[in-house]
Design a binder for this molecule. Structure first.
Ligand code: BMA
Length: 384
């Protein structure tokens, strides 16, 4: 055979070979951590499919306390109203790095670990934020905005060893989250959040974009490679203050270290007088949805709420409309503290039984694209 004939033979054989091979199941996509546990990889892949069906509803500290109650086994304000638990459980690590046994909102880490296990075992999803105390901010905690703090925790900085010791504590806690078969519980991990704002030590005025990115990348390298934490999906989270895709991505640490893009946006004005929240949140969701599609990531509204929900139809008329047709993984409502001594006011975001917006919340629950725990449990998010 001359060279041309050989080439034709190889081409035909190749084509036939390709046609004859049995159909392969679609390959699973790997998250940022290429050594993620099987359950974490499954969660990542299943969440990508789930956002086509609807968005999960989440609530911060849901199982720990609500308005006028604390630590009652099995209780949840969301469940008291709808008969179902939220699909996403938000928890918070602030204080762990300082050696505290309770977080900054008073939740004992021992109890938190148990609540996380309960929610996961029922088929729910765990999301964790971390209001990391500043090394310079004994008084103000995460809210100390001393310029240069981020630089000080980077390799070579005066607080680098301290930063590593915080990550040791966080790694220990994350690795201690185990399901009944001993498997590590997957977590949507959202550290150094609202980075475009100016209220945390990792905020926009306190560090350069590169410093933020290096801190994020170091954090991930250390958890993943040094501490062998492989149960995390990494959530990049800005405040709701960006106007463009470029602004949203200014401090984005990289496709290789991110699994989900998100922002936080609360309702502050009166939704009956202004549709700003619906419009602005909708626009921002459009931006992150586009970013997620381009980068093949998940996206979410990671924190929202209208404190005390003074508008009875906020759920269907405001939040539901703001999300509209956007394909997001979840929306999470902030915590139900009840009366806050320090703030001298009621501080809660989900309705409780008898609350003025409870009937509307049930309507929101009944929408086909709002996903609470029962529906999400049927999806078996941790299996293939
Ligand atoms: C804020 C308030 C604070 C709380 C902090 C961290 O929005 O709820 O009371 O300490 O979040 O959870």
């Amino acid at each position: 055979m001359n060279l041309i004939k050989i080439n034709i033979f190889l081409l035909v054989a190749g084509l036939l070979g390709a046609n004859c091979s049995p159909a392969q199941p679609p390959a699973k996509e790997l998250p940022a951590d290429k050594n993620a546990t099987v359950e974490t990889i499954n969660l990542y892949n299943n969440l990508k499919k789930l956002s086509q069906k609807g968005f999960m509803f989440g609530h911060q500290d849901d199982l720990a306390y609500g308005v006028n109650w604390k630590y009652e086994s099995g209780r949840s304000d969301v469940k008291d109203v709808t008969g179902d638990y939220p699909a996403v459980y938000g928890w918070e690590l602030g204080g762990l790095e300082a050696g505290e046994d309770k977080n900054l909102d008073g939740v004992p880490f021992k109890k938190m670990r148990q609540f996380i296990k309960e929610g996961y075992e029922r088929g729910g999803v765990i999301a964790i934020s971390w209001h990391t105390r500043s090394p310079f901010g004994a008084q103000k905690g995460a809210w100390d905005t001393t310029h240069g703090t981020v630089a000080s925790v980077l390799p070579g900085g005066s607080n680098h060893a301290l930063f590593k010791s915080w990550l040791d504590d966080v790694a220990k806690f994350l690795l201690s989250l185990k399901g009944s078969k001993g498997e590590a519980i997957p977590v949507l991990f959202r550290p150094f959040h609202e980075l475009t704002g100016n209220w945390f030590w990792w905020g926009r005025n306190a560090c350069s974009p590169d410093e933020y990115k290096v801190m994020w990348r170091f954090m991930q390298y250390y958890l993943r490679e040094e501490k062998k934490v492989h149960n995390l999906l990494y959530v990049y989270n800005t405040a709701g203050d960006f106007k463009t895709k470029e602004e949203f991505l200014e401090r984005y640490p990289g496709d290789d270290v991110t699994d989900m893009v998100s922002f936080d946006a609360y309702q502050y004005d009166d939704p009956l007088k202004s549709d700003w929240f619906v419009k602005n949140t909708g626009n921002l969701l459009g931006i992150i949805e586009e970013v997620a599609a381009e980068k093949n990531k998940l996206c979410a509204l990671a924190e929202t709420g209208y404190e005390t929900i003074p508008y009875a139809e906020w759920w269907t008329e405001t939040l539901f409309k703001a999300i509209g047709q956007h394909k997001i993984s979840y929306v999470l409502i902030w915590r139900n503290h009840g009366y806050n001594e320090w703030m001298k006011k009621m501080h809660y975001y989900a309705p409780y039984k008898g609350h003025g917006s409870a009937a509307d919340f049930i309507k929101f629950y009944e929408q086909s694209n709002t996903l609470f725990e029962k529906e999400v449990a049927n999806e078996k998010l941790y299996s293939e």
